[in-house]
Write a protein that binds this ligand. Structure first.
Ligand code: ZN
Length: 275
């Protein structure tokens, strides 16, 4: 599309706007509820898909059932596509959807309305990006990725990294990429998703900056890191890495940066250390 960046921003903002509530929303949920009643997933299937995931294990049974319902609704709304010999079976669908459901468990699935397609690659993939600098020079960049998320979609995940996710070491590519989509809901990936009413944007910024500086200092001095060093790529990566750590390894995150932990708990409306 040949649009000015301003026009493009307006379109993205519209696409990302919360769906009109009221009759349309009710109809959408009514239709989905009918489809959901016809889906029969056994508890054995859920156990095979998510039973070994430590994050899922932290939730009480009632919350696990809410995650399951949200995951199935997500599978109704999104297209999961496998390419490059990736194999997509029911177990993998349920695992990805279950992991994707956790960040929006208290936000609601409509927070993912900005995208529809999730592409799975077999193995890490090579991404080619070009970007133009302020002098109009176009740069080509080729890099190996484990996942990607774009404004308006799609979300791209490497299958290998999906299987490495949720192993208890803080890494989760599904939560990481979906955190980017939440960040982009205010039309830019800047490390700050749209905050809820009552949240203090200035305090968010101040605490995130202090944590960033602390992480950079720890990395330089070879100290143990509460989150993966990749967070220091840019503010968007910082938020995505913090988000995966918030769910996967909340204890060290809270111990290192309690203010940041509190902001994330307020944003996600969840606190895994309290449940
Ligand atoms: Zn990222």
């Amino acid at each position: 599309m040949f649009l000015s960046s301003r026009e493009e921003r307006v379109i993205v903002a519209k696409l990302n706007a919360p769906a009109a509530s009221g009759w349309w929303q009710r109809l959408r949920y009514w239709r989905e509820d009918r489809q959901l009643r016809r889906l029969a997933v056994t508890s054995a299937q859920w156990h095979a898909a998510l039973g070994d995931w430590t994050v899922y294990q932290r939730y009480p049974l009632e919350q696990q059932q809410r995650i399951q319902q949200l995951a199935l609704r997500l599978l109704l709304r999104k297209h999961l596509v496998a390419i490059n010999d990736a194999e997509l079976d029911d177990r993998l669908r349920l695992r990805i959807a279950g992991m994707a459901a956790v960040p929006v468990l208290e936000l609601g699935l409509d927070w993912y309305d900005g995208w529809r397609t999730l592409i799975l690659y077999d193995g890490p993939f090579v991404a080619e990006h070009s970007w133009e600098d302020e002098f109009g020079i176009v740069h080509q960049e080729v890099s190996e990725r484990s996942g990607e998320a774009w404004e308006r979609g799609p979300v791209v995940l490497s299958l290998e990294d999906v299987w490495h996710s949720g192993q208890g070491d803080g890494y989760n590519v599904v939560i990481h990429e979906l955190a980017h989509t939440l960040d982009m809901r205010d039309a830019s990936a800047n490390g700050a998703p749209p905050l809820h009413a009552g949240m203090d944007a200035a305090a968010w910024k101040q605490d995130m900056q202090a944590a960033w500086d602390d992480l950079a200092r720890r990395a330089e001095q070879g100290e143990p890191l509460p989150v993966d060093e990749y967070a220091l790529e840019d503010p968007a990566e910082f938020f995505a890495v913090l988000s995966e750590t918030f769910f996967e390894q909340p204890e060290p995150l809270q111990a290192a940066w309690p203010g940041v932990y509190r902001h994330l708990a307020d944003f996600y409306r969840q606190d895994l250390l309290q449940s």
